[in-house]
Design a protein around this ligand. Structure first.
Ligand SMILES: Cc1cc2nc3c(=O)[nH]c(=O)nc-3n(C[C@H](O)[C@H](O)[C@H](O)COP(=O)(O)O)c2cc1C
Length: 142
């Protein structure tokens, strides 16, 4: 079986998602993902989600089709699905680094993009990879 990652962006149905609503998604994710050996990271900023799902192909695809239908977000758009050699977020059943717009504007290679007021919703595969690279490195892991 192949190890893959699937990365997508989406818009929150409730743009002012409360902490409780977010915690509920994270709690659900951590319980379910741990049992399927799915790992990854979720970002939420300016009303938009960006998520990385890593795991066995069939598990990731099944989860993605469930997530895609979740009414808590819409305009779900897949940015990347491909095989990977190893997990980038292996220690996170679903990491949630809290980021501000300012944090995003400081990421090398993405500063102009976010400074122009763009969000995860306008990203393509190239920028998605740059974003993942920034989070793979230590800075937001604590
Ligand atoms: C932005 C977003 C990200 C989500 N990420 C995950 C996830 O990583 N794993 C997961 O099991 N559910 C995730 N969910 C929740 C699923 O859509 C679904 O509600 C949940 O898996 C159902 O769990 P159940 O089958 O145990 O009832 C996410 C939902 C949203 C809106």
């Amino acid at each position: 079986m192949a190890l893959i990652h699937c990365i997508y962006c989406s818009a929150a149905t409730n743009q002012n998602l409360s902490n409780d609503e977010l915690e509920e998604i994270l709690e659900q994710s951590r319980v379910n993902n741990a049992s399927r050996e799915i790992t990854g990271m979720l970002l939420f900023e300016s009303g938009a989600f960006f998520q990385v799902l890593e795991g066995e192909e069939a598990d990731v695809e099944a989860l993605y089709s469930k997530i895609e239908r979740d009414p808590r977000h819409h305009s779900v758009r897949k940015l990347i699905t491909e095989e990977i050699e190893e997990r980038a977020f292996g220690e996170w059943s679903m990491g949630y680094p809290r980021v501000t717009k300012k944090d995003l504007e400081e990421i090398p290679g993405l500063n102009d993009f976010f400074a122009q007021g763009k969000s995860f919703m306008q990203m393509g595969a190239g920028r998605a990879k740059t974003l993942i690279g920034a989070f793979q490195q230590g800075r937001w892991r604590a």
